[in-house]
Design a protein around this ligand. Sequence first.
Ligand code: FE2
Ligand code: FE2
Length: 300
Amino acid sequence: MNQQVIDEFRANGGRVGGMFEGVPLVLLTTTGARTGRLRTNPAVYARDGDRLVVFASNAGGPRHPGWYHNLLADPRLTVEIGTDDGRVERYAVTARPLHGPERDRHYAEQCARDPAFAAYQAGTTRIIPVVALHRPDLTDPERTKAIGEFLLRVHGELRQELATLLEEVDAHVAAPGSAGPGRAAPGRAAPVLGSRLATHCLSFCTALHGHHTNEDGAFTDFERRFPELAPAIAHLRREHTAVARTVTGIESLVRKLTAPAATGDVEKLRIELGSLAADLEAHFAYEEKRLLPALLGRAD
Ligand SMILES: [Fe+2]
Ligand SMILES: [Fe+2]
């Protein structure tokens, strides 16, 4: 049901029919508080000046929706919203839960717009959270500097993580008794790749995918603030798509190597990770060279 709504939303410029006909919806992509995986959920929104407010009603259910817990753990998320000309715009926001009279005023206004929200609140003992979603103010040099520094920090972490992962895969291939270079024996019952190494590999893929999804959202505002960066950003978006294809291939290879009757080739995994590392280094270097001078407020 969730996926159906998401697919219809994206295919129809942010509009969804059936029970959501005429309901103002956004898609929120948050980072799972426990899993680190990206999660996309529809939510009802209202506009409040430059920001959006969303309501964690969970249709009056007894618990807050998962996306609310996720944004408490990490307030950086991506919004998708329909535009007047029938497109879906995607951009990065920072979430700030509202409290006290400010929360109450926004919830009361929402009840006036849509009485279902009064019924949701009446049906639960929890106070339904209201969250404001702020677009970054890229006219503030301190804010853009913080974004630039954050980007550098994440690149550093991802570089380090991938280097460690490559060392671990190398050690696995070289270890006595491992499947070694070449194919796993046909019908082999044990996983070819240890579960710790597989988990490490998949969590790296998740982190990289999350970073690029967040960036794709952030690029919308970068382009507005720094129009001269548009060609570089178009190039970076294409590279994100290419990296996503490689990462999907690596994830499926890891699953084959850890299936109960494992098949696949650890050497192939090593080659794929090595080629990802080279592509990613070039991507990070280009991104840092083209975006950082503008974000950090330095001349190119
Ligand atoms: Fe990137
Ligand atoms: Fe990046």
